[in-house]
Design a binder for this molecule. Sequence first.
Ligand code: FEO
Length: 172
Amino acid sequence: MLNSKIEAAINAQINAEMWSAYLYLSMSAWCAKEGKPGMANWFEIQFREEQDHARIFFNYVLQRGGKVTLAPIDAVPTEWKSALDVFESTLAHEQKVTSLINDIFALTLSENDYATQSMLKWFIDEQVEEEENAQTLIDQLRMIGDNGYGLYALDKELAARVYSTPSPLAGK
Ligand code: FEO
């Protein structure tokens, strides 16, 4: 049975992951409109991954006999100044998500909830990857500056990103 404090924290995280999905879909739309289809593809995959994150938490609440409570999803930004701005916003957002995951992990320590600690391990590793990916793209965009060919080449590279089902949802 899921402790009620942990249940509330995970329900809040489901909402945060759905907000992230909505944010990345908005970024995908902005990139597409700016003529950067590869970046739009990259954010479209982020959008799908965030929905997966929400689903992993959703499945976990049910598996532990808890109640899933879906709250409204707040509005997301719709405008960015540049490709660099969109990826800097991505990194800032992922750092915020990391601190949300860390807060839930801290709560599991005070509540002695070992099963939730184990489930959260996948997310802790995932956040390291999420921050690293955004930082790498920021570094590349800073190197490119406003070199048109550089932006074209990076956009082409990001068009090749493909979606894969995260391991906690494999076979579900
Ligand atoms: Fe669900 Fe991008 O962290």
